[in-house]
Ligand binder design. Structure first.
Ligand code: FIX
Ligand code: ZN
Length: 439
């Protein structure tokens, strides 16, 4: 069926309907299946205070985006950051709900997201306290709830972030070889310290039995390749990932630390990824703990160097690079560089860019410069239920941008069929990622 007769005003509705039916492969999240344990009270009665599977109203409302926002909204006398973090999670959540959702208008994207989530679950977002929501979530079985959330969000596969240098995470993989075997989830080997501070990372590898030194010598690099291979096999990971600071440069321009990181990148990480035809995801621009007292909520962003991405793509043509950058100002140049390197796949509107005005701007820029050859979004969800807002909010924005492209195309006289719109939706929300993995 073709759309010649379609009125220009109908395009957004038609495209939204097609995009809403397209199931999504979420390429980057911090989500986990129940095998990693959950600290959240639930119908099975099984909880693990150190569990990594986060869901439910107290986790939703204490998302680190909202922790940062509540300190700007709560009236004096302000509780100190340290005091706030000493409170139990339920008290933190009550505090945030009162000052961000009741006594102030919840118009920020992180606030609106919680309300969209409640609405999608059939709950009234106008409650003055969290008690009713807590009772709802306590009645859920985590395993069944994952299926319900994925179905409501239209997500077919969840890609995890499995940080091997995080003791809580590593211990679970070593304790249970099948911990990651949930077919709804795919693993990713996350290696930040290896590239950000190799001497410190080498100290951990030595503790784990790898014959490494703090200098990136050839024998040490061979052991780093062994370490990577063993963990990629253990996790059955689909790509390797690292978050890097705005100052990250290739070739390295800094002192010993950057030079060591470059050597490890060139002689361990990239060769292992190339041999497995596995992408390396570079998430560039995160300036960690700018306000350390805010912990995970204290990170900020910084302008990074896109020519560094071009230098890597050019120097390592056998490698595949998934790249997302945190500064709005880096986005246009990343599109330009992506036009020159087919081994570069830009993905997502990351973190502080995951906001309607910026998702709209970046998606339109990418459609105009890259056609449908990019991955428009990832959820970056840390709490399972966030899939119920991050994806509906982004689907709508992607649909509006795509509809405008079709309107412009139709004005050239080119006929556009429903099958073409469905093909484009499939590419953007799942197919491009699958093809990049398999290429
Ligand atoms: O490095 C990352 O994977 C970031 O996405 C996170 O560290 C960050 O806290 C986040 O969740 C942003 O949305
Ligand atoms: Zn993330």
């Amino acid at each position: 069926m073709s759309y010649e007769a379609l009125a220009l005003t109908d395009w957004p509705v038609v495209v939204a309907e097609v995009l809403n039916r397209q199931r999504i492969w979420d390429v980057h999240t911090h989500l986990y299946p129940p095998t990693f344990g959950t600290p959240v009270a639930n119908r099975t009665g099984r909880t693990d205070p150190a569990g990594l599977m986060l869901w439910g109203i107290d986790e939703l409302v204490t998302y680190h985006y909202l922790v940062a926002e509540v300190f700007r909204a709560a009236p004096a006398p302000q509780v100190s950051y340290a005091e706030f973090f000493r409170w139990p999670k339920s008290r933190q959540a009550d505090h945030i709900w009162r000052y961000l959702f009741v006594e102030n208008t919840p118009i920020s994207e992180a606030c609106r997201g919680v309300l969209t989530t409640l609405q999608r679950l059939g709950l009234d977002p106008n409650e003055k306290t969290l008690d009713g929501y807590r009772a709802f979530f306590a009645r859920q079985d985590p395993d069944e709830y994952i299926d319900r959330v994925m179905d409501l969000a239209g997500v077919s596969s969840i890609t995890m972030t499995n940080a091997v240098f995080d003791d809580a995470e590593r211990g679970r993989w070593l304790a249970d070889k099948d911990v990651g075997r949930d077919p709804r989830f795919k693993a990713v080997l996350r290696i930040d310290p290896l590239l950000r501070n190799f001497p410190a990372a080498a100290g951990r590898l030595a503790e784990w039995g790898y014959a490494v030194q703090t200098a990136a010598t050839p024998p040490t690099l061979a052991e780093v390749r062994r370490f990577l291979g063993e963990w990629l096999d253990r996790q059955q990971a689909i790509y390797v990932a690292a978050s890097l600071p705005p100052e990250f440069r290739y070739p390295a321009t800094g002192q010993a630390l950057e030079q060591a990181g470059q050597t490890v990148l060139e002689q361990a990480v990239l060769p292992v990824c190339a041999a497995r035809k596995m992408p390396l995801a570079l998430m560039i621009g995160a300036r960690l703990r700018t306000e350390p007292a805010l912990r995970e909520a204290g990170d900020t962003s910084g302008l990074a160097d896109v020519q560094t991405v071009a230098n890597l793509c050019r120097a390592f043509p056998a490698n595949k690079f998934l790249v997302t950058m945190l500064a709005r100002e880096n986005q246009h140049e990343l599109c330009v560089v992506a036009r020159k390197f087919r081994n570069l796949m830009p993905f997502g509107c990351w973190w502080f860019l995951n906001s309607p005005s910026l998702i709209d701007e970046i998606t339109r820029m990418r459609l105009e410069m890259l056609g449908t050859s990019f991955i428009p979004q990832h959820s970056d969800a840390r709490i399972l239920d966030q899939l119920l807002y991050k994806w509906p909010h982004s689907r709508r924005l992607i649909a509006d941008a795509l509809a405008d492209m079709y309107v412009r195309l139709a004005q050239t006289g080119r006929r556009i069929t429903r099958a073409e719109v469905e093909r484009d939706a499939a590419l953007l929300l799942a197919g491009n990622f699958q093809a990049f993995l398999e290429r």
